[in-house]
Design a protein around this ligand. Structure first.
Ligand code: FES
Length: 601
């Protein structure tokens, strides 16, 4: 369905219900023969987005030559008006009578077992790099604009001319990494992956179209990894393209001939160079789609710190989204070239068909379950669930929440937030975790460093420290939970009650939580706990929160060593006071729960 947008998605793996808005085209695509009579007569001309604004299109137009369906479409925003009809010339000349000004958007519902997200990317707008003069000088263009100018189907029919005087330039420069690998507050810190090879290809096209053209590429590093890429790069050098290792700091324009003057430090020779070129191409980076938040919201997906959609596991499940039954492919996941996108799309299609062909799916062993008799219908569990896997309770009807087992991923945030202990996490039940705390603190509790570590990052970070043979205190004791969002307040309070000098809660970095945003609940809970400790006159710094990734073995060992030093600062009197206060606090909470249960009965 082209010219359509997904409006809403509900349901879960195997049972998604998707509402799609099929936008009005105002031209019947089945009848339109693309004869172009309508466009020829249309009096409106607006910049053609497909041609990067180098030429114009009409209000009724073909979006691009390979558009599907191969039919015209009416841009109602730019049409002279259809209500009342102010022009109507296109409808008059259309022999097939396929133009309908009263066409309306259509809402379509489809049922889907799985969903593949392949919504692509946007390109970086280089206007904030004012020193390159993109907005000031006509002959500075972007790599996307270059594509249109050199293309046979482009506005100049493949004649690469410079915008200021429509002459074919004899010298052209390319500036790499515009908006990529930048840590100065402009652009993005990541590598856009495709720009180096795109420029190499562009220089070869230029050499092919205009033998003898002078092309210079200004770069930080040329990244020509991948099959055949190094050969392509070498071919470009053999064709005479000059590669200058250095990024220009300034571009100015020669008023007389409109040539561009670049100042650059060549880091290979260590010399400052000045280059005069007739045209300049900015190799713009790749950015996540601007409407990415909408896609995230629709499918409860999460993003990495770069803004690209996060995969379920970078090595083991690179095309699975954290939401079951949703797969990702292409640049929505990270910048990549056509070959990698096709590979990833094939993998996503294969993963999706495995699930569809099986006709059934295994639910996670670790899921939550509601003990309806304890529930007070507050609905907090449904609010915290990152997967929308909990159908909210109904207080009036006294209906407890329902957990959709197929959608539950097992983070445990609901169990940790439920004040009534009405939610049980299979394999990570309260009693099981409490028993581990008690076992660790049974003998000489003041000597042990108790840590709650999430399975995916911090626990793996501990493993990493171990395999790297990094030294950290032997008194460290780890309790694994699937997500730091599972760490219940009562676990921490119980640990202090049993004499723990310090407690560490550790999870994935914010954008890396494997359960979408469950880690946000860890942070909220910790804030509550620090407040509580403060009120109870217990030093809040005895409870620490650290984000440690699976690759941060060094950090894990360092935190453990710091923790051991902090333990030494906790006096025996302090611990005894804490144990006494915590025992009272636990009793108070228990009494409250008993009263609530009695009231319910
Ligand atoms: Fe590590 Fe959520 S999975 S904090």
């Amino acid at each position: 369905m082209t010219n359509s947008e997904v409006e809403s998605v509900s349901g879960f793996v195997g049972n998604f219900n998707v509402t799609i808005r099929k936008k009005a085209r105002y031209v019947d695509p089945d009848e339109c023969t693309a004869c172009a009579e309508c466009a020829n007569i249309c009096p409106v001309a607006v910049p053609d987005e497909y041609q990067q604004g180098f030429s114009s299109r009409k209000a009724i137009y073909m979006p691009f030559p390979q558009a599907v369906p191969s039919a015209y479409i009416l841009d109602m925003e730019n049409c002279l008006g259809n209500n009342p009809i102010a022009c109507g010339k296109c409808a008059d000349v259309c022999e097939k009578k396929c133009i309908n000004y009263d066409d309306q958007d259509e809402l379509i519902n489809i049922e889907a077992g799985v969903i593949i997200v392949a919504t692509g990317m946007d390109v970086y707008d280089p206007t904030e790099y004012d020193e390159y003069g993109y907005t000031r000088f006509d002959n500075v263009i972007t790599s996307m604009e270059f594509e249109r100018l050199i293309c046979a189907g482009g506005p100049t029919e493949g004649h690469f001319i410079r915008p200021s005087d429509r002459k074919i330039p004899k010298s052209i420069g390319f500036i790499q990494c515009v908006g990529s690998r930048s840590r100065n507050g402009r652009g993005n810190p990541y590598c856009s992956n495709i720009c180096c090879m795109n420029t190499v290809k562009d220089t070869l096209l230029l050499c092919d179209h205009y033998p003898g053209v002078e092309a210079r590429v200004f770069y930080m590093d040329m990244r020509a990894f991948g099959k055949g890429f190094e050969d392509l790069y070498m071919r470009s050098r053999e064709e005479g393209v000059k590669y200058v290792r250095g990024i220009p700091g300034d571009v100015s324009e020669n008023d007389e001939n409109k040539n561009l003057v670049l100042t650059v430090e060549n880091t290979t020779t260590g010399r400052r160079e000045i280059h005069e070129l007739e045209m300049l191409v900015l190799s713009q980076g790749v950015i996540p789609r601007q409407d990415g938040d909408q896609i995230k919201r629709l499918l409860t997906l999460s993003t990495t710190s770069d803004g690209f959609i996060m995969e379920s596991h970078p090595k083991l499940k690179p095309v699975d989204a954290p939401t079951k039954g949703v797969y990702i492919a292409g640049c929505v996941e990270s910048p990549k070239d056509v070959k990698d996108s096709v590979t990833q799309a094939s993998a996503a299609a294969a993963r999706a068909s495995i699930l569809l062909n099986a006709g059934k799916t295994r639910v996670e062993a670790i899921t939550s379950h509601v003990e309806t008799d304890k529930c007070n219908y507050c609905g907090i569990c449904a609010d915290v669930c990152p997967y929308n896997a909990i159908l909210a309770p109904d207080r009036k009807a006294k209906r407890a929440p329902t957990i959709i087992q197929a959608a539950c991923a097992g983070c445990g945030a609901c169990a940790a937030e439920c004040a009534q202990d009405a939610i049980i996490m299979r394999h990570f039940r309260d009693e099981q975790i409490m028993a581990q705390i008690e076992a660790i603190l049974e003998v000489e509790p003041h000597k042990h460093l108790l840590t709650f570590a999430c399975n995916w990052c911090s626990y793996a970070g501990g493993d990493n420290a171990g395999t790297a043979r990094l030294q950290y205190p032997t008194t460290s004791r780890l309790i694994r939970t699937m997500c730091s969002g599972r760490v219940d307040e009562k676990f921490v309070l119980h640990a202090f009650r049993l004499g723990a000098p310090m407690v560490l809660v550790s999870g994935c970095h914010f954008a890396d939580c494997h359960y979408i945003n469950a880690v946000h609940w860890t942070q909220k809970r910790m804030d509550r706990l620090w407040n509580k400790l403060d009120k109870l006159k217990i030093r809040p710094d005895r409870l620490r929160l650290e984000w440690i990734s699976a690759a941060e073995g060094q950090k894990f060992a360092k935190v453990m060593r710091e923790l051991e030093n902090s333990v030494r600062s906790v006096t025996m009197e302090e611990m005894e006071y804490t144990m006494k206060i915590m025992a009272e606090e636990e009793n108070r909470i228990l009494e409250k729960k008993l009263k609530a249960a009695a009231k319910k009965v």
